[in-house]
Design a protein around this ligand. Structure first.
Ligand code: DGY
Length: 322
């Protein structure tokens, strides 16, 4: 029997590829970087399955190009806004993702960003490297205390909860906004309380975003919301860029509407507002929320297993089709 054909859009950790190789014929894109849109239709042709990244837009056109054999699209990410799931469902194509395995790693990064922006770590690093360190100074790089502050979490799913769990050691007050509040037991265990978005914006010293990108959450944080935030507060985003109106954020940071921001994700990745890059009160990292050796390996294994179970005709554990 001929083995199913799988196209993998970019090199992922070997552990995942080994699993696929056991029962599939795999081709991994050898393009150095995100596979260009112009090459995608030819590459996906006649595939039974695709293993794709959040940087690949998988829409109707790509599904048509893949052809009638296509049974599964396995996303190497928990967020799957890059895939037209409605179209895939219409065509009987299963779509899967990698939840859970990257929760703690992403929560770690949200905290790393929060601490970096509050204590001006990147500015300090730049100053030292520029040879401007003159010794201890009473007024050098004063930052904001994290302990005993109020942390507001927008979105209280797996990652939001993992961020809250880390707050205990800092004695933070944690409030969250989610359209589906967690049970009173979880709230008690994590010492958090649910508030509406306006209250969260007005009361928080640090706001960290943990909702998926959907039509509903697109530009959830715009000028109006930024204006509601405290002047001394910070915004952290490790979810998806378009949840925040980037132009409005730049203006708020420039005008001192909020004190700072720390961002792992951007509205039009990899492009970033030039003005954002010029600001000192923002920490910018290149979408590395899940980027630890261990987590990326776990994601590769999970994405491969999802794909294989779909090809076997089973229901993959992490299916996202409704
Ligand atoms: C995800 O899985 O959605 C993350 O953004 C990957 O780092």
């Amino acid at each position: 029997m001929t083995k199913p054909r799988i196209f993998v859009t970019r090199l992922i950790p070997q552990e995942g590829l080994e699993i696929l190789k056991e029962c599939c014929h795999i081709e991994v894109s050898d393009h150095d970087g995100v596979i260009p849109r112009s090459l995608l239709p030819e590459k996906v042709k006649d595939s039974d399955g695709l293993l794709v990244l959040l940087t690949d837009m998988i829409d109707k056109e790509v599904m048509i190009a893949a052809g009638k054999k296509l049974r599964v699209i396995s996303n190497y990410a928990v967020g799957y806004n890059n895939i037209d799931v409605v179209e895939a469902t219409k065509r009987g194509i299963m779509v899967t993702n990698t939840p859970g395995v990257l929760t703690e790693t992403t929560a770690d990064l949200a905290w790393a960003l929060l601490m970096s922006i509050a204590r001006r770590i990147v500015e300090g690093d730049k100053l030292v490297r520029a040879g401007k360190f003159r010794g201890w100074e009473p007024m050098l790089l004063l930052g904001t205390d994290i302990y005993e502050a109020t942390l507001g979490l927008i979105g209280f799913g797996r990652i939001g909860q993992a961020v809250a769990r880390r707050a205990t050691g800092f004695n933070l007050k944690v409030i969250y906004y989610d359209k589906e509040p967690v049970s009173p037991n979880i709230e008690k265990e994590l010492k958090v309380s649910c508030v509406n978005l306006d209250e969260l914006l007005r009361k928080s010293d640090f706001i960290s975003v943990h909702v998926p990108l959907t039509e509903e959450t697109f530009h959830l944080i715009g000028q109006e919301e930024l204006n509601m935030m405290k002047k001394e507060s910070y915004l952290i985003n490790t979810a998806r860029g378009p949840i925040i109106d980037e132009k409005a954020l730049v203006k708020a940071l420039k005008d001192g509407v909020i004190r700072g921001a720390a961002l792992d994700v951007f509205e039009n990745e990899p492009a970033i507002e030039q003005e954002l890059m010029a600001l000192d009160n923002v920490v910018i990292v290149p979408h590395i929320g899940s980027a630890s050796y261990r987590t990326r390996t776990k994601m590769a294994i999970m994405a491969a297993k999802n794909l294989i179970s779909a090809l076997k005709g089973e229901r993959p554990e992490f299916l996202v089709n409704p």
